[in-house]
Design a protein around this ligand. Structure first.
Ligand SMILES: NC(=O)c1ccc[n+]([C@@H]2O[C@H](COP(=O)([O-])OP(=O)(O)OC[C@H]3O[C@@H](n4cnc5c(N)ncnc54)[C@H](OP(=O)(O)O)[C@@H]3O)[C@@H](O)[C@H]2O)c1
Length: 266
């Protein structure tokens, strides 16, 4: 695990929780003492790139996008041929990594999201053509230790970023708005917060456990002439559905611009 910050620690912790022996996971940091402290917390090993990378089955790059160039150069120096390299960095294309790693290196680009920190992440992975089916499964298993993981072609990563990558922020925004509304309606803030958070959790659980279409579930709480349809009418009048579409288009375009910028800077 190259980078033992928020995401690197999250994935390493997920792997340990999933039963992978901690001593087989090495956390590598820029600062050896900090990496050792992180590793001790996670019950994993710590070491340098030169110590950890040559014998690894998979090298996970969990550094900030702006630190990828340096990290890739360090890894490239000692990487054994055929070793899988997977990146958790937002917006770093496969081509950027492949150009900096030894020819023939199998690479996976991934987009995790913040709920991985509570074991409920949603990640998408895009393997390049050199990955064997076993390596794709290995990458999927690494991500699945912190939640769910799906495989998508790399060209869909901008849409993934717009939906599940940034998605938690949209839902937090909805939660904030509903809590404010509860306070306006006279509820104590703590009560409004509890009502909204559990409602979100309950609705998400219903979606997952029933497998019903969201429209069906919404219609179940929409009595003719009742309270829910009165509220939905306001949301439609304020074009909330269209706003979500525009917001996610904007996020996807921004994601593409950022990735294109990385490649253009080559
Ligand atoms: N946080 C999230 O929820 C989230 C969600 C989706 C994707 N991601 C992606 O995950 C990646 C990591 O994000 P993060 O939030 O975990 O960042 P972070 O907390 O800043 O952690 C990055 C870690 O990488 C270390 N590092 C930098 N260069 C290194 C190198 N050459 N060798 C070894 N370690 C190095 C840093 O060390 P120092 O402590 O010395 O700086 C830091 O500990 C990013 O690319 C981001 O796009 C994160």
């Amino acid at each position: 695990m190259v980078g033992g910050g928020v995401m690197g620690s999250t994935v390493a912790a997920g792997l340990v929780r999933a039963g992978h022996p901690g001593e087989l996971i090495t956390v590598v940091g820029r600062d050896a003492a900090r990496a050792a402290a992180t590793a001790a917390d996670l019950c994993t090993a710590s070491g340098t790139v030169a110590e950890a990378v040559p014998g690894a089955d998979v090298v996970v790059l969990a550094v900030k996008p702006q630190d990828m160039e340096v990290a890739l150069a360090q890894v490239a120096e000692v990487l054994a041929p055929g070793t899988l390299v997977m990146s958790l960095a937002a917006g770093i294309p496969l081509a950027f990594m492949k150009a900096r790693l030894p020819e023939g290196t199998p690479v996976v680009r991934t987009m995790p999201n913040t709920p991985a920190r509570v074991g409920q992440g949603m990640a998408a992975l895009s393997p390049d053509a050199l990955c064997t089916p076993e390596q794709v499964e290995l990458a999927r298993a690494v991500l699945a230790s912190t939640g769910e993981a799906v495989t998508v072609p790399e060209k869909q990563q901008d849409a993934v970023t717009a939906i599940s990558g940034s998605g938690p922020a949209y839902l937090f925004f909805v939660v904030e708005s509903m809590i404010e509304a509860g306070v306006h309606l006279g509820l104590p803030r703590a009560t409004a917060t509890e009502l909204v958070v559990q409602t979100l959790f309950g609705a998400a659980t219903m979606l997952r456990e029933t497998g019903e279409h969201p429209t069906m579930l919404r219609e179940m709480v929409s009595s003719p002439g009742g309270t829910t349809v009165a509220a939905m009418r306001q949301l439609e009048d304020h074009k909330v559905r269209a706003a979500f579409l525009s917001a996610m288009e904007a996020a996807a375009h921004r994601s593409k611009d950022l990735s294109d910028g990385v490649v253009d800077d080559d």
